[in-house]
Design a protein around this ligand. Structure first.
Ligand code: BES
Ligand code: MN
Ligand code: ZN
Length: 509
């Protein structure tokens, strides 16, 4: 993991592989951002002009490298684009800083140390830069030949070892706290990415549960694992039905973080399909290559509970990981089978590829038994949500309009894109089953909302609940951007952590 430090030293004297400055898109060409003054002085005040000559515009995501001024200990200056210049008397926004730091960290992969001379006006900026740098520096090389000559380092892909934030005050309590928070959140988010990127032949439900158990020991979180025998005994028909076709047995993992000062209790529930082949309703080629990402909801829940513990938040947070592998085989659930769920309801499985709602239904009902103040589930649930919102925005559904709005707002605060979606009652009748209480599929149109309506039936009476469908943003199949790498993104982790923080501060519910 990349180490972060705060520094108030002179830019010219810093030993590093590169110094990073910010450049924004002004009306008449590139404009240097605050923080770049000392570096600009090295070029006799000509840096903005030099950057313009080199073709820089200051647009978001842009990277321009140039030799450092003579007398500087660092050999290279990297200018990263910040996008539009802020309005008069306003500072650069947190998300612009987070993205710029992420772009710089990616551009400097393979180097050891970078100094970020980017704008810092307050502690929140320190946090944003730190988070962006750590998230942007992420690389998944566990399956590369790292131990030998052809290592990730040789390919120039190894993450930065150290990032110093110039202008961040090492003795300022607020700056230090922001750095510590960013470190905890980014480390856990990167751990979620590791889990998502781990191939499904290695990350079975049992292996995921073992990772959670080990993390629980490390961070003082109580972890309970229900194995297939315990699931059988408890009547978890949804989780068992989805896992029935796999040689790797399912698990339900409960993580409990408790604070002696807690006034509220949040439950997070994650879809943890370690691989979604579709089951007997097999997905065609072209639709199953990235389905190791189908446990991204459980990874987000796991990361958020650990982060809440590391931050010592004053709220009780219970995480539920509904883990199963969805495979076709002679023992698999068939389209037409009826499952008796943990809640007692029966479900006619019309399509075994609509498996996420089945494992979540059991976990939601189980979570409801503790009567938490709110339940939030996170799931790569439907292709329909990807069609509706694209690959960077998750949908938010809820049984409470105000709660849904708070979640969208919390997401926005931490730089995650989300959008409120409805749960239209008229779509419920499409799931009527002649045989069972409900079918696991309904109308195709509005499929993301249909899935949400299914889940709603498994939330205990009177409990505030929201559902985050992260099928779009969970896994980045195109090129990296900002602080988001290819592959697992860690979608929803920061939103969940923010919700726990707001609850801890008494500002939610
Ligand atoms: N895991 C998929 C949803 C998904 C699609 C996640 C694309 C990430 C990217 C889910 O289990 C699924 O297969 N849903 C079906 C439901 C349908 C059969 C009712 C879908 O969306 O097609
Ligand atoms: Mn599926
Ligand atoms: Zn799935």
């Amino acid at each position: 993991m990349t180490a972060l430090t705060l520094s108030t030293a002179a830019a010219s004297g810093l030993r590093a592989d590169a110094i990073v400055v910010g450049v924004a898109k002004g009306a008449k060409g590139p404009v240097l951002a605050p923080g770049a003054e000392a570096v600009d002085k090295g070029y006799d005040g000509a840096l903005a002009g030099i950057l313009e000559t080199l073709g820089a515009s200051g647009g978001e995501g842009e990277v321009t490298k140039l030799p450092a001024p003579s007398g500087f200990k660092a050999p290279v200056v990297v200018a990263v684009g910040l996008g539009a210049v802020p309005d008069k008397d306003e500072a650069y926004g947190a998300e612009a800083l987070r993205r710029a730091a992420g772009v710089a960290a990616r551009a400097l992969a393979g180097a050891k140390k970078a100094v970020l001379a980017l704008p810092i006006t307050d502690a929140a900026d320190v946090g944003a830069l730190a988070e962006g740098a750590m998230l942007g520096a992420y690389a998944f090389d566990a399956y590369k030949e790292t131990g030998r000559a052809g290592s990730a380092a040789k390919n120039g892909k190894a993450p930065l070892v150290e990032v110093a934030l110039l202008g961040g005050k090492p003795r300022d309590a607020a700056h230090k706290a922001a750095l510590a928070r960013a470190t905890a959140v980014a480390e856990e988010l990167n751990r979620a990415r590791d889990l998502i990127n781990t191939p499904p032949n290695d990350l079975t439900p049992e292996a995921f549960a073992a990772v959670a158990t080990a993390a629980g020991k490390e961070h003082g979180i109580k972890v309970q694992v229900l194995d297939e025998k315990a699931l059988e005994k408890g009547g978890y028909g949804g989780i068992l039905g989805v896992g029935a076709g796999s040689a790797a047995a399912p698990r339900l993992v409960k993580l409990s973080y408790t604070s002696s000062k807690a006034a509220k209790h949040l439950a997070f529930v994650g879809k943890g399909i370690t691989y979604d082949s579709g089951g007997i309703s097999l997905k065609p080629a072209g639709h199953n290559e990235t389905m190791k990402c189908d446990m991204s909801g459980a990874a987000a829940v796991f990361a958020a509970v650990v982060a809440a513990a590391r931050l010592g938040l004053e709220v009780n947070v219970t995480g539920w990981l509904a883990l199963a592998e969805n495979m076709p085989s002679g023992s698999a659930t068939r389209p037409g089978d009826v499952l008796r769920m943990y809640s007692g309801k029966t479900v006619e499985v019309l399509n075994t590829d609509a498996e996420g709602r089945l494992v979540l239904a059991d976990a939601l009902w189980k979570a409801s038994e503790e009567k938490p103040d709110a339940i939030i589930d996170v799931a790569t649930l439907t292709g329909a949500m990807v069609l509706a919102l694209g690959s960077r925005t998750f949908g938010v559904m809820a049984n409470d309009d105000a709660f849904r709005a708070s979640i969208v707002e919390a997401a926005e605060e931490v730089g995650e894109e989300s959008w409120p979606m409805p749960l239209p009652e008229h779509l419920r009748k499409g799931m009527d089953s002649p045989t069972a209480d409900i079918a696991n599929m309904g109308e195709r149109m509005g499929g993301g909302l249909v899935a949400g309506l299914f889940l709603k039936e498994f939330v205990g009476e009177g409990i505030t609940w929201a559902h985050l469908d992260i099928a779009g943003p969970a896994f980045n199949e195109s090129g990296p951007f900002g602080y988001t790498p290819k592959g697992g993104t860690g979608s929803a982790v920061r939103t969940l952590v923010r919700l726990a923080e707001l609850t801890s501060a008494g500002d939610l519910g």
